[in-house]
Design a protein around this ligand. Structure first.
Ligand code: CP
Ligand code: NVA
Length: 308
């Protein structure tokens, strides 16, 4: 049995297998052919943080695969009143076939997985957001940006930056990350990425100059400067991130046909300008929709692994 906690745990071949499944299932779904790959299975969805896309895509996804989703907000379950993660895991995994969790520390997710009898999927932690990157990569394929692309990530060295580091270093493409000083990605994640890059041939560049990162890029991406749980740091962060907005001048340095991706929610006038956001709305909302398709690929792949 496998869990989906970080792209760190998967080979390039495995990531591409999940993406392949996602593409097949998407094609079928577009023809209204909802193949019940996970008939009668129950997906528990535990949320310790807010969500629009993750909740809707997992709940609709499991339903379209022939199963049912159970939305468990921390406000409603005993976890929110202090029941330990490991006890929650042992209860929920006896009654459900798969579990998705959105929580704070990656260690809490890992603890849940250790005590779970069924596959566990990371629906975002402070450290990683791997299901988002599966959707982002699917979108890159659809826009013809998956062959040796140069990807520029401008902004906070957060869970999205960490996940891009994992995807690029596993698949072997070029990733340039530009953050303000003091907001670099976690050094352990960078070390892992550099190690994986040795095997895959990826180029990983870290710096503090958004213009250098974006120049001639095929894909430009960013994320909020204030992630969930960092609300108290808002004033300081807004000052420190001055000059890191992806606006038309910055986007103009990328290749003329470059795409812009954003995991959403987006804060216009901060990490991205209104003009850049709206002129790239096609790919941004394809990316959002691809959460549904990519996660179906992940769920079906995990289900198959347990019976192998
Ligand atoms: N991108 C993403 O995970 O969105 P939600 O927080 O709305 O789930
Ligand atoms: N970095 C953001 C991503 C939201 C989908 C956060 O963790 O809040």
């Amino acid at each position: 049995m496998r869990h989906f906690l970080s792209l760190k745990d998967f080979s390039k071949e495995e990531i591409l297998e999940m993406i392949g499944l996602a593409r097949t299932i998407k094609e079928q779904a577009k023809k209204k052919d909802f193949v019940p790959y996970l008939q009668n299975q129950t997906l528990a969805m535990i949320f310790e943080k807010s969500s629009t896309r993750t909740r809707v895509s997992f709940e609709v996804g499991i339903y379209q695969l022939g199963g049912i989703g159970l939305f468990l907000s921390k406000n409603d379950i005993q976890l929110g009143r202090g029941e330990p993660m490991k006890d929650t895991a042992r209860v929920v995994s006896r009654m459900c076939d798969m579990v998705m969790i959105r929580t704070y520390a990656q260690e809490k997710l890992e603890e849940f997985a250790r005590y779970s009898q069924v596959p566990v999927i990371n629906g975002l932690t402070d450290r990683y957001h791997p299901v988002q990157l599966m959707a982002d990569y699917l979108t890159m394929i659809e826009y013809g940006k998956a062959e040796n692309p140069v990807v520029a990530y401008v902004g906070d060295g957060n869970n999205m930056a960490h996940s891009w580091l994992m995807l690029a270093s596993k698949l072997g493409f070029t990733l340039r990350i530009a953050t303000p000083k003091g907001y670099e990605p976690d050094s352990e994640v960078v070390e892992d990425a550099l190690e994986f890059a040795k095997g895959s041939g990826a180029t990983i560049e870290l710096g503090h100059d958004p213009r250098a990162a974006v120049r001639d890029a095929d894909v430009v991406t960013t994320d909020t400067w204030i992630s969930m749980g960092q609300e108290d740091e808002k004033d300081r962060r807004l000052k420190d991130f001055a000059g890191f907005m992806v606006d038309e001048a910055l986007m103009g340095l990328a290749k003329p046909d470059a795409i812009f991706l954003h995991c959403l929610p987006a804060y216009r006038g901060y990490e991205v300008s209104e003009e850049v956001f709206e002129s790239h709305a096609d790919e941004i909302f394809d990316e959002a929709e691809n959460r549904l398709h990519a996660q179906k690929g992940v769920m079906v792949w995990l289900d198959r692994k347990r019976s192998e």
